[in-house]
Design a protein around this ligand. Structure first.
Ligand code: PLP
Length: 396
């Protein structure tokens, strides 16, 4: 018998993964070239050449015992020092190794910081639509995920609703920008408003409210849109970062938490995060990949590749009459379903055109769908006639 808690996790298990499995079945039936799978955020751009070179030279040059051994649970001191200096160069900050915890991707980092901060019954607020795994991560620590609304159309946080959702039980507000699934980037003015609101609520309730900025897509922004550095705007900000998307290394499981010294209870939080990394069973982030991350500071994925996909997909779908949010970052297109129940739209696209994408309710927002365009350009080109036929069948 599995545990009661796992029963509910399994029952709510990701619709995105289910769609991916469905894609494999369709590929067996129709041939892979006739299935257009936009369901998963798995980057298809290869990791930058710098990653391959780093792996080879690290493996050839470094002492293998040291390289593959255990280290401080927060990661190699010199790696963290290098990453801190890199961030200081970018943001004019004064971080040191003490501000960084190397993690098993963003997912590992979020679980470490949730374990560090949450007591059972605490509330984690997020803004809809949101990365559905947040619900499981909060549930891991018996906390409650609370959904705050976004502004229809722009999908920016609705400050009034956010204000209503923050209570004395709120420990964390988790935000994600560039956003999965909408592709929007929160501008500085909006983040300042959020910061001011949190300051106000902290004073009102006499609590510390931590803003967790989940930013695996920070480097993937288009049209010169800037992604603000949130610790500059609100002191109790902790950043969760990852190389899964920006270096195309999702299977390698490497990322970090940045905990600025200005956050309330800094010493206890960093000590607890170090322990959490160990006792959650991660022990430490993968050692080789920590070294790769340090050597590849400044390297990033081919954003131009995603931009080309974005332009083709957004341009074509809007031309066919679909209502889409123009993506500014990440590699997702957020599109309004032409019928009320977006699950019917998703099923129609799958059954009639073998085009796969994900219902918005997986992200807490029914009536919309997410199309992941981290795919080959040809996949988009070949799927477009099917999208056009669907548009016509809805009379768009
Ligand atoms: N947060 C968001 C918003 C994501 O989209 C993802 C992955 O898709 C993650 C976290 C987890 O990333 P990682 O692979 O680094 O654990």
């Amino acid at each position: 018998m599995i545990s009661k808690k796992m029963e509910s996790f399994v029952a709510n298990s990701s619709a995105i993964r289910a769609m991916f499995e469905e894609g494999k079945k369709l590929a067996a039936k129709y041939g892979a070239d006739h299935v257009y799978d936009f369901s998963l955020g798995n980057p298809n751009v290869p990791a930058p050449e710098a990653v391959r070179e780093a792996i080879i030279s690290i493996v050839n040059e470094e002492d293998p015992v040291m390289l593959h051994g255990y280290m401080n649970n927060s990661g190699y001191e010199d790696v963290r020092e290098t990453l801190a200096s890199h961030l200081n160069g970018l943001y004019g900050t004064a971080y040191t190794a003490a501000n960084l915890v190397m993690t098993v991707g963003a997912a590992g980092g979020l679980n470490v910081i949730f374990k560090t901060l949450l007591n059972p019954g605490d509330e984690v607020v997020t803004v809809t639509p949101y990365f559905g795994e947040y619900r499981s991560y909060a549930g891991n620590f018996d906390a409650v995920l609370v959904e705050a609304a976004s502004v229809p159309g722009t999908f920016m946080p609705d400050i009034e609703d956010l204000s209503a959702k923050i209570t004395p039980r709120t420990r964390i507000l988790i935000l994600n920008s560039p956003n999965n699934p909408t592709g929007v980037v929160y501008p500085e003015a909006v983040l300042r408003e959020v910061g001011a609101l949190l300051e106000e609520k902290q004073k009102e309730f006499g609590t510390d409210i931590y803003l967790i900025s989940d930013e695996p897509y920070r480097e993937i922004a288009f049209d010169g849109v800037s992604v603000p550095w949130i610790p500059d705007l609100y002191a109790n900000t902790i950043v969760g970062s990852s190389y899964s998307k920006t270096l195309s290394l999702p299977g390698e499981r490497i990322g970090y938490l940045l905990i600025p010294s200005a956050v309330a209870d800094f010493d206890n939080i960093t000590a607890a995060a170090n322990t959490a990394n160990r006792i959650l069973g991660y022990v430490n982030a993968p050692s080789l990949m920590q070294r790769v991350a340090a050597r590849c500071c400044g390297a990033k994925t081919d954003v131009g590749y995603y931009d080309r996909n974005r332009k083709l997909l957004y341009g074509s779908l809007t031309e066919y009459g679909f209502e889409c949010v123009r993506p500014e970052g990440a590699f997702y297109l957020w599109m309004k379903s032409p019928e009320e129940d977006e699950r019917a739209f998703v099923a129609k696209a799958k059954d009639e055109e073998q085009i796969l994408f994900v219902p918005g309710r997986s992200f807490g927002c029914a009536g919309w769908v997410r199309i992941a365009y981290c795919v080959a350009y040809e996949t988009i080109e070949n799927a477009l006639p099917g999208f056009k036929r669907i548009a016509e069948s809805y009379g768009l």
